[in-house]
Design a protein around this ligand. Sequence first.
Ligand code: MG
Ligand code: MG
Length: 251
Amino acid sequence: MQTKVKTKAEIAAMRESGRMLATVLQFLKNQLTPGMSTKDLAVLASDELRRLGGEPSFLHYQGFPDVICISVNDEVVHGIPSPDKIIQTGDIVGLDFGVTYQKMITDSAISVIAGKPIDQRHAKLVEQTERAMMAGIGALHDGVRTGDIGAAVQAVLDKGRYGIVRDLVGHGVGHALHEDPNIPNYGRKNTGPWLQAGMTIAIEPMATLGTDDVFVAEDGWTIVTQDNSRAAHFEHTVLITEDGFELLTTT
Ligand code: MG
Ligand code: MG
């Protein structure tokens, strides 16, 4: 499904959805403590979202068994919460969440270091992945091309010599969790499909301390780095405007 220019009412619903989503991610970030399981965090996310009045978009999406993806260290994305997965000090914990409100979906992710970093390279990876996402968002305007976004993201990650995961990409979002076109985290300016003001997209760089090779774990979901290097992931859902953007997944 091709992403559409959203109506005022749809955008208003996405603002509300995004506000709930950002509220839950901020809550999880504050609650996250070494010794908790990833399932503990998922339960908190579920309860907090219900309290706010939204529905979890990921639950049962293509068979995904939980409300949130939680991916630790060499897990890049799509980790399934588990009571057996205990978070350790210094772990990089990726929290990727989706919220549906009045049938409109937003998608956002943060990476958080549990307790204190055990290696400053981990902290830097997290910081620079977020910076790469913001660079991609900063490239937005009416008529932007997906390659303009990819080039802006890639410039930041290349500078830090990080691996850029290429098998997974950003995307349109709103009526569905994944709408076309794909928005790669690499590319060249002035290439790729054009995007218009009024469209809503998710920009989500995934970077590693090693290579860009990943594989799907035995659970059929979790994407893991081939070289077991650590990864970070950030994502915002944004509205493209005439001369820029509006962040939707923010409080
Ligand atoms: Mg996501
Ligand atoms: Mg996404």
